[in-house]
Structures are given as structure tokens and as C-alpha cells.
Ligand binder design. Structure first.
Ligand code: GUN
Length: 281
């Protein structure tokens, strides 16, 4: 039976450290660390994520300012808002909640954010630094959180076979790079992968980030492995991961639950990025 990785507990330790840094910053600079949160449109899941991020800011002595734009916002309006936030010396981090409305060029918006205020690490410069193995203060939050969760098990990542299922810019690609820089042997699988189960069965570390309820079943998992579930699939009956938790926990060595696994870590890392960015001015 797998040990359950308690993302809430790990996140809460990190948030304590973040608050201590935010307190120190306030003493030093006479103002609070500031995070701007931008949301456009009315995606219900985004509304929940943003609410949780703002609540977490309050708990960590970070001042958040929110900008809720309607779904008809233009590219120019968004660009002008980002420019104003870039220029605002009270703002240390900018978060644009994804997805943006369909008519908006998302990449253009994300790379309009100053790379020095890129709390989410989605700017092309910070993503590029991650891929080149260069140091950057801003690495994508969910992947950073996943690495912390894996490390919390005490299992050494070096030399392990890590299989990432999903190739998105916000999870799949950056987690593959982080695992690689931690000396794992990394395989990235996706919707066109043949014989997915054959590959996942060889994983010492399996990261599922596809957005398909219970795609990963017990027969696809190696005994004793670490299984990280990034899925947040909502339907009428509740919130489900990409991993069939009840089945897989019988086989894996460690497993993250949904909710209470990766989700809280994403928020903790966002706050850590924001404070780190502020402290290094
Ligand atoms: N939408 C889904 N995950 C994320 C995330 O980590 N950051 C942002 N900004 N939007 C998201």
C-alpha cells in the first residue's frame, strides 16, 4: 500500500518560510511584497484557483491586487494593463491566470510580463533559461512543486526513470526539464504515444499531467514507484485526478491525492517565486 504524499503539509511548511521572507522584506523596505493577479473571462475553475491564490497571499503577508477583466477584453487592453503593472514599483510579481479567452494571443501576453516579475515562470526568457539549465528565480510553479513533493519522499531522483504523461508548456515540458536537471532519465509521453502502458510500467517516477480522469490505472504502474497526479478533472460528481487513486495506491510506493497533492504546492511555489523575486531587487 502506497504512502500518501501530503501536499498540504509540504505546502504549509513552504508557506511558513515564505511568510518569514515576506515579513523580512516588509521590515527592510517599508512595504509589503506585492502580487498582481489578472484573470479574464469567467472560467469557473480559474475563479477557484484565483480565490485560493489570493487567500494564500493574505496568509503569507503578501499584498495581492486583483484585476478581473471580462471575456471581451482586447489584446491591447491586456497589454496595457501588463505594461502598467510592469512599471508599478509596488508590484513584485504578476500572475495571469490561464486559460485566457480564445481570441487572445496567450503567449504574447505572458511574454509581455517583465521577466523580473514573472511569478509563474511562463515568460519565454525564464522558460528558455530552464531549458538551458541556467539559473532563474522564476520556474513554473506546478513543476517546481512536483520536484519538492518527490524530494519529500526521501527517494533520490538521480538515475531514476521518470515518465511524464503530457507535454503542455505549463507542466509537461517544464517538469521534464526539471527532472532532467535532477539527473533522472526522462521519457515524455503524450496523446500520440503508442503503448503508453508499456512505458508507464517502467517508470520509477510517474507524472500524470493530461487532464483525463483516471487515465492511469493500477496495471500501468510499477510496484513501489512514485506517482504524481497533476490532474484536476471536474465533473458533476466531483474533482478527480488523472490517476485512479484507489487502484494505484495498492501498487505504488508513494502517491499524491487529488485534492491535497500537487494543487497546494502550485500556490506555495507561486508565493515563493514572488517573494524571491522581491528580495533580489
Ligand atoms: N492555469 C492552470 N494552471 C495554471 C498555473 O499554474 N498558472 C496560471 N497562471 N494559470 C494556470
Amino acid at each position: 500500500m502506497a504512502e500518501i504524499i501530503d501536499g498540504k503539509a509540504v505546502a504549509s511548511r513552504i508557506k511558513e518560510e515564505v511568510k518569514a521572507c515576506a515579513d523580512r522584506f516588509e521590515k527592510l523596505k517599508g512595504r509589503k511584497v506585492g502580487l498582481a493577479v489578472v484573470k479574464a473571462g469567467d472560467d469557473p475553475a480559474s475563479a477557484i484557483y484565483v480565490r485560493n491564490k489570493i487567500k494564500a497571499c493574505e496568509a503569507c503577508n503578501i499584498s495581492s491586487s486583483s484585476y478581473y477583466l471580462d471575456g471581451n477584453v482586447t489584446q491591447l487592453e491586456l497589454t496595457e494593463l501588463i505594461d502598467a503593472l510592469n512599471a508599478d514599483s509596488n508590484i513584485d510579481g504578476i500572475l495571469v491566470q490561464l486559460p485566457l479567452p480564445k481570441h487572445i494571443d496567450e503567449r504574447a501576453v505572458l511574454s509581455r510580463i517583465s521577466p523580473e516579475k514573472d511569478a509563474d515562470g511562463f515568460h519565454v526568457v525564464n522558460a528558455g533559461k530552464l531549458f538551458l539549465g541556467e539559473k532563474t528565480k522564476f520556474v513554473a510553479c506546478t513543476p517546481c512543486g512536483i520536484i519538492e513533493l518527490i524530494k519529500s519522499t526521501g527517494v533520490d531522483i538521480r538515475g531514476k526513470h521518470a515518465v511524464v504523461v503530457g507535454r503542455s508548456n505549463i507542466v509537461g515540458k517544464p517538469i521534464a526539464m526539471l527532472l532532467l536537471s535532477n539527473d533522472a532519465t526522462v521519457t515524455v509521453c503524450h496523446s500520440r504515444t503508442k503503448d503508453l502502458a508499456e512505458i508507464t510500467r517502467t517508470a520509477d517516477i510517474l507524472v500524470a499531467a493530461v487532464g483525463k480522469k483516471h487515465l492511469i490505472t493500477a496495471d500501468m504502474v510499477k510496484a513501489g514507484s512514485i506517482v504524481i497526479d497533476v490532474g484536476m478533472n471536474r465533473d458533476e460528481s466531483g474533482l478527480y485526478g488523472d490517476v485512479d487513486f484507489d487502484g494505484v495506491k495498492q501498487v505504488a510506493g508513494y502517491i499524491t491525492p487529488v485534492p491535497g497533492g500537487v494543487g497546494p504546492m502550485t500556490i506555495a511555489m507561486l508565493l515563493r517565486n514572488t517573494v524571491n523575486g522581491a528580495l533580489d531587487e
